[in-house]
Structure formats: C-alpha cells, structure tokens
Design a binder for this molecule. Structure first.
Ligand SMILES: *Cc1c(COP(=O)(O)O)cnc(C)c1O
Length: 380
C-alpha cells in the first residue's frame, strides 16, 4: 500500500495484517509464544515486542505520532518506567515537571533513590523553571501536557529545544491529548508516552501503554523492555488495534463535546471557574492552539462555595463518579479524594486544587444530555 497520510485512514488501515488464509477483513490474532530460530532474520517472542499483533499496534501508533517506531506495553506505567530506566543509571539526574500523573510521581519518589538516581521537580511550567533545574548529570527531561487535573499547558517546542541544547533526552506523557490532538515529535521531543488505557483504548476495558519515537531512541527502550518484560499480550494488541480504528472519530467528538460543556459551564453562576485549554479565558489558550490539533475531552471546574462536591456527584444520574478517564462514557472525579488525596489541604491549595474541584472526562453521549445531567445536579 502507498504511504498513508490522513490520520483517520491511518487509524483504520495502518499496519493491518493480511489474512492470507481466508481473506478476512481484519487482522488475525496470532497467539504463538514459540517461533522458529533456524535461518530467520528475527527471532519472534512476545517479550521481544516483535510478534505480528504487537507490530500492528506499534506501526499504527508510530504513524499517528509521526514517529518511526513504537512499542506496546501492558500498562502506561510499564511504558513510563521502562522508558526512564532505559536512559538512566546510578548517579544520573532527571528534571520532572511538577504537575504529573500521581502514579508517575509515586513511582519516582518510591523507587528512584533505591537505584541512586537523582531528580528535581520544577517549581512551575515555564521554560525557565525547567532550565533552572538542569544539572551536569541531567540525562532526561520529562513533561506532561495538558496536565492533570488543571489542564495546564507546557511549551513542548521550548522544552525540546533546551533538551537538545544540553544533550538531554526529552520525554512527554501525551495521554491527555492522544496522538490525534498532539504530535510532540513534530516539535523535537524524543519519546511520546501514553497510557493506552485511556483514549487509545477508549472503552474503559483495556490496560496498555505505548512509547513512540524515532528508531534509535525506541530501540533503546526496547532493549531495556526485553529485560523488564512489560510487553502487551497479543490478544490485548488485537483489542487495542480494534479500538484505535475509531480513535479519529472518537477524538473529534470528545473535542466537540468538551468545548460545548466548557463554554456552558463557564457562564454558569454556580461554577466558580472552568479549566479547559479550548476556552479563550484559559491562561495558555494561545500556546495550546499553537501546539495542539484539538483541545481534548478533559476539563475541570470549581463549584461555588455554596455547593458541596460529594453531594453534587451523588446527584448526577448519568455521569459516573469513577476512577480513570477517556472512555466513551462521561466520568467525573474529585482530585482531593483521589489523585491528590495524599497531599495536605494546604499543599493542594498551593497547586490550585480546591476540595470543590471536579475533573470531568467528557464522553461521547449527546452533549445536551451531558450538560442536562450537570445542570440538574447543580440546581436540585
Ligand atoms: C492513567 C495514566 C497513566 C498510567 O497509566 P496506566 O495505564 O494506569 O498504567 C499515566 N499518565 C497519565 C496521564 C494517565 O492518565
């Protein structure tokens, strides 16, 4: 097939396996864990990330990320830890963005010191905040944008540029945007990482992770990954391939629905503040416009002090107060009770996370129904 250009086309066709036996329209599932070794160019094995179904997912996501190569992992955290440990050894230092996924933060704080790896968290998200933390032994710089839960935006190009200037590997957690809304390699980032449990899967039923980048960088992650063993099973690869076929249409609808809800909530007197990069009132709207193809399906809002977050959530009829995000169904969480529960109330306030902050993962239901559910819970 000639090179595929359109993102929706890539979602559907890129990397698909031919069913040479029966001519079926979809990739067959190859569950084998045993392949030949005599006179073969490449010995296949699931933990080597080179089985047929693993290669389908890898080439699809690589195409979507404008990358040369990708690897499917069994979770987002497997992708994140393997990527970091591939480039780090005892005595090295990493600069992390201060606002990152809770699980990543926990892993860094719990595990890094065991291996003699140093790290700093930035004080803010400006380029200067990152550059200030770079030391002689800094080997990796790690960002996450839009961030959780306040949807703050980091300047991807500026960070990639300072990383290159200092000869540091740059990594991004691209989960919130999805490859349809943000392609960080275009700005010079070395590795784009996803919890594929979220938008890439999109149906709240697959645990997976993805790493995408240029071949040399991804090969290094693969080398470490073959020892760490966080590969995705072939059956899950099949399901993930199936999910990604609709990623293009899903993301378009997530973007549309979230923009609609954000605009409606922004003018509601029972809502104190809405955080969504697609609102012109968002402090980094211009930057988001420059580096994102769409603003995504995640938004957060502060309820007025007259309302109580728990009571509000219990009144919701359709939107589910539920962990995780990015499913076809709308879900909501209260960060003070979940991702940021381990911080003190004061620490949370410093980060701008009030007890009345709610993070909404806007699903694919009719947008009027999503709005209606929020309004009835606000007003009753
Ligand atoms: C969920 C999530 C992760 C971790 O992924 P798992 O699949 O749960 O291991 C990492 N980063 C972000 C932004 C996430 O939302």
């Amino acid at each position: 097939m000639k090179e595929l250009k359109g993102k929706h086309t890539q979602c559907i066709h890129e990397g698909q396996l031919e069913d040479t036996q029966f001519g079926g329209a979809i990739s067959p599932i190859y569950m084998a864990t045993s392949y030949p070794f005599l006179e073969v160019e490449e010995k296949r094995y699931p933990r080597y990330f080179n089985t047929p179904n693993q290669e389908v997912v890898a080439s699809k996501v690589a195409a979507l990320e404008n990358a040369e190569s990708a690897l499917p992992f069994s979770s987002g955290m497997a992708a994140i830890t393997t990527s970091l440990f591939a480039f780090l050894e005892s005595g090295d230092h990493v600069v992390f963005q201060n606002e990152i996924y809770g699980g990543s933060h926990h892993m860094i704080v719990e595990e890094f010191s065991k291996y003699g790896i140093e790290y700093s968290f930035t004080k803010g998200l400006s380029v200067n905040d990152f550059e200030k933390e770079i030391k002689k032994n800094t080997k990796v710089i790690y960002i996450e944008t839009p961030s959780n839960p306040l949807l703050n935006i980091t300047d991807i190009k500026a960070i990639a540029t300072i990383a290159k200037k200092h000869g540091i590997v740059s990594m991004i957690d691209n989960t919130f945007a999805s490859p349809l809304n943000q392609t960080p390699l275009d700005f010079g980032i070395d590795l784009s990482i996803h919890s594929a449990t979220k938008y890439l899967s999109g149906h709240s039923d697959i645990s997976a992770g993805i790493v995408a980048g240029n071949k040399e960088v991804v090969d290094k992650v693969m080398h470490t990954g073959r020892s760490f063993g966080g590969n995705l099973s072939d059956f899950m690869c099949f399901l993930l391939e199936r999910s990604i076929k609709t990623l293009g249409v899903r993301i378009e609808k997530h973007n549309e629905n979230a923009q609609f809800i954000a605009e409606k909530l922004a003018t509601n007197s029972l809502i104190k503040k809405v955080y969504y990069p697609g609102l012109t009132s968002h402090k980094n709207h211009q930057l988001a416009k420059e580096q994102m193809h769409g603003f995504g399906g995640m938004l957060s809002f502060d309820l007025n002090d007259s309302l109580e977050a728990k009571t509000f959530q219990k009144k919701l009829k359709m939107i589910r107060p539920s962990m995780s995000l990015a499913g076809v169904e709308s879900t909501i969480i209260q960060p003070s009770l979940t991702s940021h529960a381990l911080l003190s109330a004061e620490e949370r306030l410093v980060q701008g996370i009030s007890d009345n902050l709610l993070r909404l993962s806007v699903g694919l239901e009719n947008k009027e129904d999503i709005l209606e559910d929020i309004l009835q819970a606000l007003n009753n």
